[in-house]
Design a protein. Sequence first.
Lengths: 386, 597
Amino acid sequence: MSGIYIHIPFCKQACHYCNFHFSTSLRYKNELIAALLGEISLTKDFFPEAVKNAGAVETIYFGGGTPSLCTKEEIDAILSQISASFEVAAGAEITLEANPDDITEERLLQWKDSGITRLSIGIQSFFEEDLVWMNRAHNSSQAWNSLQLATKYFDNITIDLIYGTPGLTDDKWKQNVDRVISLGIPHISCYALTVEPKTPLQKMIREHKLADVDPDHQSAQFLLLMTWLADAGFEHYEISNFAKPGFRSRHNSSYWKGKPYFGFGPSAHSFDGESRWWNIANNTTYIRSIEQGAIPYEKEVLTPVQQVNEMIMISLRTLEGLDTSRLIQQIKGIAQDEILRMKQTILEESARYISNGLMVREGDWLRLTYEGKLLADGIAADLFFD
Amino acid sequence: MKNIRNFCIIAHIDHGKSTLADRLLQQTNTISDRDMMDQVLDDMDLEREKGITIKSHAIQINYKHADNKDYVLNLIDTPGHVDFSYEVSRALAACEGALLLVDATQGIQAQTISNLYLAIENDLEIIPVINKIDMDGAMIEEVEDQIVDLIGCKREDILHASGRTGLGVDKVLDAIVNRIPAPEGNEEAPLQALIFDSVFNSFRGIIVYYRILNGTIRKNDIVKFVSTDQQYGADEIGILKLKMTERKEVKAGDVGYIITGIKNAKEVKVGDTITLAANPTPEQIKGFEEVKPMVFAGIYPVNTDEFEELRDCMDKLQLNDASLTYELETSQALGFGFRCGFLGMLHMEIIQERLEREFDQTVITTVPNVSFIAHTTKGETVQVNNPTEFPDPVKTESIEEPFIKAQIITKPDYIGNIMTLCLGKRGLLINQSYLTPTRVELIFEMPLTEIVFDFYDKLKSQTRGYASFDYHPIGYRDSDIVKMDILLNGDKVDALSALIHRSRAQDFGRKLCEKLKELLPRQQFQIAIQAAVGAKVIARETISAMRKDVTAKCYGGDISRKRKLLEKQKEGKKRMRQIGNVEVPQEAFLAVLKLDD
Ligand SMILES: Nc1nc2c(ncn2[C@@H]2O[C@H](COP(=O)(O)OP(=O)(O)O)[C@@H](O)[C@H]2O)c(=O)[nH]1
Ligand code: SF4
Ligand SMILES: [Mg+2]
């Protein structure tokens, strides 16, 4: 069982907050798609063990960048290359990220025809002033119209919303969430606006051209969100992800369960349970390298301690929380008594969070409460081993 | 002997002492232009940067005078800060004359006056020199008036010079030869040499600088240091040119160095007398004192496991700074460290910086305090150098604190500000007198503890820099001193306790709580910061719990980066100190030193 992630590193324009790898010039798009196909077919030569152990591909995810900039032919070519190189399970989840300005009836039909089963739409906000502030390529009416249109062709839709931006009042935040609920969208990802290093947003805040984000404002909106979506029947299955029953993202869930995945395209990460490797985050270098038959990647082999730390960090973010007994099955390269000792330490350390009301424990399971979720990083770091 | 002149330069900081010294060396060709580096005499990095001379040095100038005779001029450099006034007095005692150097744009400053008095007490011939006459703002006449008023000399006796351009430097050399008396003394008498300084050399051990009053010292003599009663072989002796220059003998009247293999600066006391073991002098040179630390503070390693390393460095540091004292101390908050005694706040700053620069130690310094005397109900007298030693108030009869006499010279415009400042610091005005119509001298009696923290900075800002300050201890007086503690969520932070006058506790406590509020990071729970005297809380601040500490995205490509980020965060937390359930970063322990209004 494994997942495949395809990184399409192109965007129409750069959103101010974004630190993903992308280019706003489409000049090398053809070559890049060719290189992507090349990389997929090279993978079994470069990582034969990982491919062999991965089993059938259950999920495919087109992310970016902006995958909706790809033509139908390009999507089809990538999918058929995946089928040629991997065993793709029947009923696989195939997600495509689409931006509202790219969504038309024609494109929706094409995606259906290509076998896309799930659409992820980057709405972010329905308010014009927010979209301008973020420097998104779409406007407020495109946000609304594209979403209505998409629901005619796809049931399995997820949308992204951003909160905690200085201009987003609690009232506007509620309107954004209500609109999504009213359309019956079954999955929402909500992100607190994060000021990432080396982004235009960071620069503008530094130069006092924009107001900085206020963590108290963000946490208040997060708490509001949790109650609204719980009332609307959503499961809060990961810090930033909410789904109606049966509509969780299978692809993203596999990251959080520590399943193996392959990432293709510049900057994409892969993981086999013990090692992680990632491609160079540069389109032309990536293309040149693949043209010469080499995947340009860097790799780290996770020590058992790093594996434990990742598991703590990731699983505390999920609804199910951290199942400490899973450490024993999942952590590789460590003696039994050692991992048992670590498990014990985690359970002991958790006591103070439980008494603070940040965590609950049931047997070997540790889960964060509403308040705990807001502090997930600090709690995870405290529980880390050196 | 009649061709020797021993002199020093009395000057306020920045009035141009180092520059003039450089010029004297250059004009006499003691140093070639090629070797000339600005301010040759300040050779410790720190000195150059702070623009002050911390350790005094000496240098011999060879000068062919107009009378065509060769003269040996020994220039003895003196430290320029109140913390080191004893060392200054010993350097002056090694001279027959002094250049009184006054910046033509600034006029006479307090420090200069008190050093001038020391020089006059030591019977030195004073040669007044107005410096920086090349500057536009030079007020030559006015400064001349000040000098005439102060030392009662004739206007014609005052020289004019510019260390920058070299103008008048020949006149200065002339005056040194003509006006300063040659040393007197008997080369045949028993050896009597005054130690005025010492430096540590990692290869040679301690190098002792002295001025011979009587007798002769020869290589391989067995010498005795009178106050410590220790004997040493004179492995090497010589005179102080730009570099040490070995000699077979150094005679009465001259300035020289001796190397005996001493490794610890403690054995060498400034002001002590060197004599010969075989034929000792019957008289120790007058004026010797043991230097006493005035300010105490704890010094701790940032990481508890670096204590041994710090101990090593303190040992080494003390080898070349005997005025630093320290003993082992433990703190619940900070672990093992040292309670250190310093000559003053500048000395403390210097030690801290030297630890960082020369020894690569990052340290935490705790709230500095002066030394108090406690009288218990049982009739015992206890020296209190540390808040933890402060006796239980119930068992305390009385507390005494050290007082100083502070001398401040300023423009009349600032009298009001200075009065407000000093009275606010529990000062008592003793005298006010006009030195000239534009310069007034104010004398206060004040508790030493009040000038320990931010007095200098305040004085400077209250007078726009137009005030100079000097002080001398005048003994202990009864005082209402209390111990103020800081508590974090109810747990005492011993490293932040302070000994303070009752009337100041509330204000100090409030400021400290406010500062801590700034410096403590938000944590997962609320933190109560309290200042308390005994059981009574006198100030309080609250840090609300952190509300959000979670990143938005954690997908396939984010995991690695995020893990590394959290690992780093954990690393950072490890360097914090745990007080009860509160994690305290090192900066917080320095909070007191950063208090403002
Ligand atoms: N214009 C002028 N500047 C001088 C003169 N002598 C010293 N300075 C400057 O005054 C500052 C302090 O001089 P310095 O010799 O370090 O003073 P010290 O602190 O007494 O040793 C430096 O910037 C010098 O360059 C002078 O005669 N004329
Ligand atoms: S469209 Fe997405 S990937 Fe592209 S710049 Fe905007 S946020 Fe980043
Ligand atoms: Mg100087």
